[in-house]
Design a protein around this ligand. Structure first.
Ligand code: DQA
Length: 160
């Protein structure tokens, strides 16, 4: 199983930017913890960060046929990007969006979320720990999918 973690604009500044909102943990540290968790549980994991909308769309498209699930924090593009939303819809992979802060308790413009309706789930307001919750959630989705596939196989073989 392969998980791709996609990080949007300014998340490369974690640990420096607005620590009262986003905490003091750097992105590398968050990714190191996610990698540990993935490795321990036998999954492959890849990380990608970009400040550019088109690069994020390209990366989501690359996941098609290559990844089993996506964890994404589209950051500010969450509130504006139809292109990222359409890319997530297009690849049709189990996708979990993460927001470090609780976007629903902040400025009005952050309450607009273009991404959430095309994601399997959203994790919001847990700080950097949200990425760990997303990993647990992703493993749960994968195991549910496996169980459903197995049940389908058994139903098919019972028919033959
Ligand atoms: C964010 C919330 C967004 O509104 C903001 O633009 C970010 C980070 C979060 O993780 O809380 O860059 O996605």
């Amino acid at each position: 199983m392969k998980i791709v973690v996609i990080q949007g604009p300014n998340l490369n500044m974690l640990g420096v930017r607005e620590q009262q909102i986003y905490g003091s943990m750097k992105l590398e540290h968050i990714h190191a913890q996610m990698k540990d968790f993935a490795t321990t549980n036998g999954a492959e994991i890849e990380f990608f960060q970009s400040n550019l909308e088109g690069e994020l769309v390209d990366k989501i498209q690359e996941c098609y046929g290559d990844a089993d699930g996506i964890i994404i924090n589209a950051a500010a593009y969450t509130h504006t990007s139809i292109a990222i939303r359409d890319a997530i819809s297009a690849v049709n992979l189990p996708t979990i969006e993460v927001h470090i802060s609780n976007i629903y308790r902040r400025e009005e413009f952050r309450k607009t979320n273009m991404i959430a309706p095309v994601c399997a789930s959203s994790i919001v307001g847990f700080g950097p720990f949200g990425y760990h919750l997303a990993m647990i959630g992703m493993f749960q989705f994968m195991s549910d999918i496996e169980v459903a596939r197995e049940a389908q196989k058994q139903a098919e073989s019972a028919q033959n």
